[in-house]
Design a protein around this ligand. Structure first.
Ligand SMILES: [Fe+2]
Length: 184
């Protein structure tokens, strides 16, 4: 599926602008990670863009989050690889554990995107361009900061042989490359 078609599909299901920005952030981080490892950039980016497609429809029924998304994506003809990654980003509901690289990456990318947004918002300039690795690492170690951003999930990227420092650097560069769309 081409990006434009994926975007149309996504915006049919999601209306909240912050949620759409979150999807764009995950898309670009997944793309940068795929490039880093020589994986399929288009496929990884699609998994990032579409992973929360059912979010608004399942918000009162979180045990469906990931399941319904997989169904929507199956009907739309997305690849099995993308569909499994979407299921595995919420293993508590789908019982699909992240196993393949695209799945493990998405599982760690989901919280890191929110974490970096939270870092930008507490920075005096509120700009992605003003952040650096040491700022991110300091906030990472502050347990009370952005509690919703699961540190264990972010650190699980190490199972793919990437250090937390490298992961945060790649994720930050990725998001900086989309700063206009992200409005930060
Ligand atoms: Fe997400």
């Amino acid at each position: 599926m081409e990006r434009e078609e994926a975007w149309d599909l996504l915006t049919k299901h999601l209306k909240n602008q912050n949620l759409l920005k979150h999807c764009i952030a995950c898309e670009v981080i997944m793309q940068f990670l795929a490039r880093h490892w020589g994986e399929d950039e288009q496929e990884w980016a699609l998994a990032g863009l579409l992973h929360d497609i059912d979010y608004e429809e399942t918000k009162d029924n979180p045990t469906e989050h990931g399941r319904r998304g997989a169904k929507i994506l199956k009907e739309a003809g997305l690849s099995e690889k993308v569909i499994r990654a979407v299921e595995a980003h919420n293993p508590l509901a789908t019982f699909v554990e992240p196993e393949f690289p695209i799945e493990k990456a998405l599982y760690a990318v989901d919280p890191v995107s929110g974490f970096i947004v939270a870092c930008a918002l507490v920075h005096p300039d509120k700009k992605l361009d003003s952040l650096d690795l040491s700022f991110l690492l300091h906030r990472f170690s502050e347990k009370s900061f952005a509690r919703g951003a699961n540190r264990e999930a972010m650190k699980s990227i190490e199972s793919l042989g990437l250090s937390l420092e490298e992961f945060l650097s790649i994720a930050l560069s990725a998001m900086q490359s989309k700063k206009e769309e992200l409005g930060l």
